[in-house]
Design a protein around this ligand. Structure first.
Ligand code: ATP
Length: 247
């Protein structure tokens, strides 16, 4: 693996909360690479550092130690303004709680990153993404007029439409029923296979992780295991070694 094929890489990533007896090590020197056009799932017991890792590599939070690169840009060390631009232009986010703007239509929500950046979308890419997420006949609806699954597909389209270096998804199916979850995961899978996207997803669900190319396991702030070409069964089997502490 060469550095040029890593969409995101981090080395020696450390993050601590509190001090003295109350000091918690959320990340204990993590080295990780997320390769281009790869779908990676991050799993681990509750409190193992999954969200902290995602937030630090995505530039949403600052690590105490170590470095992060998105493409060839070293994220650690950027000014707050440069970080805001980088997140807007080169990173896509999907959260459990859709985070759509209620007064905007589906299409306006999808185009929001372009409005914020004062840029125009690539029409071909926009059409392709809207077709892939199957939202063509819902574009003029507001979020309250859409199902949870449709709202999350709007959030995904918004995350993908700028063709970011990487999309980070934090429990994206946490608020969806099983049918809507499977559709959403299939769409994330397609965004990697058909659109060449790079996706990193935090999940508790072995069945969700099975859509990924690779599953990383965190424990006590450290990467402790990895599965390539996962299935729900192989993930579940591996999780048993963490039994008792899985959320
Ligand atoms: N703002 C904070 N202040 C203090 N401690 C924190 C803070 N955020 C996280 N932690 C601690 O850091 C550790 C890692 O938390 P993190 O949220 O990254 O874990 P997680 O694996 O995402 O957990 P979960 O699966 O429950 O969401 C935990 O011990 C948590 O209590």
């Amino acid at each position: 693996m060469t550095e040029t094929t890593a969409a995101v890489r981090a080395s020696g990533l450390g993050k601590h909360y509190g001090s003295g007896d109350a000091r918690v090590t959320a990340l204990a020197g993590v080295d990780v690479r997320f390769m281009r056009q790869e779908f990676t799932a991050i799993m681990g017991p509750s409190g193992s550092g999954k969200s902290t890792l995602m937030h630090c590599v995505a530039g949403l939070d600052k690590a105490d130690e170590g470095s992060v690169w998105i493409g060839d840009t070293e994220v650690t060390g950027l000014s707050d303004n440069a970080l805001t631009d980088l997140r807007r232009d080169r990173v896509g986010f999907v959260f459990q709680a859709f985070n759509l703007l209620p007064t905007l239509t589906a299409l306006e929500n999808i185009l929001l990153p372009f409005d914020l950046a004062g840029r125009k979308p690539d029409k071909e890419v926009l059409d392709r993404i809207i077709t892939t997420v199957n939202l063509k006949d819902r574009l003029s609806h507001r979020p309250s007029q859409l199902s949870g699954g449709q709202q999350q597909r709007v959030a995904c389209a918004r995350a993908l439409v700028t063709q970011p270096d990487v999309v980070f998804a934090d429990e994206p199916t946490g608020a969806l029923d099983s049918t809507a979850s499977a559709e959403l995961l299939q769409f994330l899978r397609q965004s990697v296979d058909d659109l060449g996207q790079t996706v990193v997803m935090v999940t508790h669900e072995p069945s969700a992780a099975a859509f990924a190319d690779r599953v990383l396991f965190l424990k006590d702030g450290a990467l402790v295991d990895e599965i390539l070409a996962p299935t729900a069964d192989s993930v579940l089997e591996r999780m048993k070694s963490f039994e008792g502490s899985v959320a």
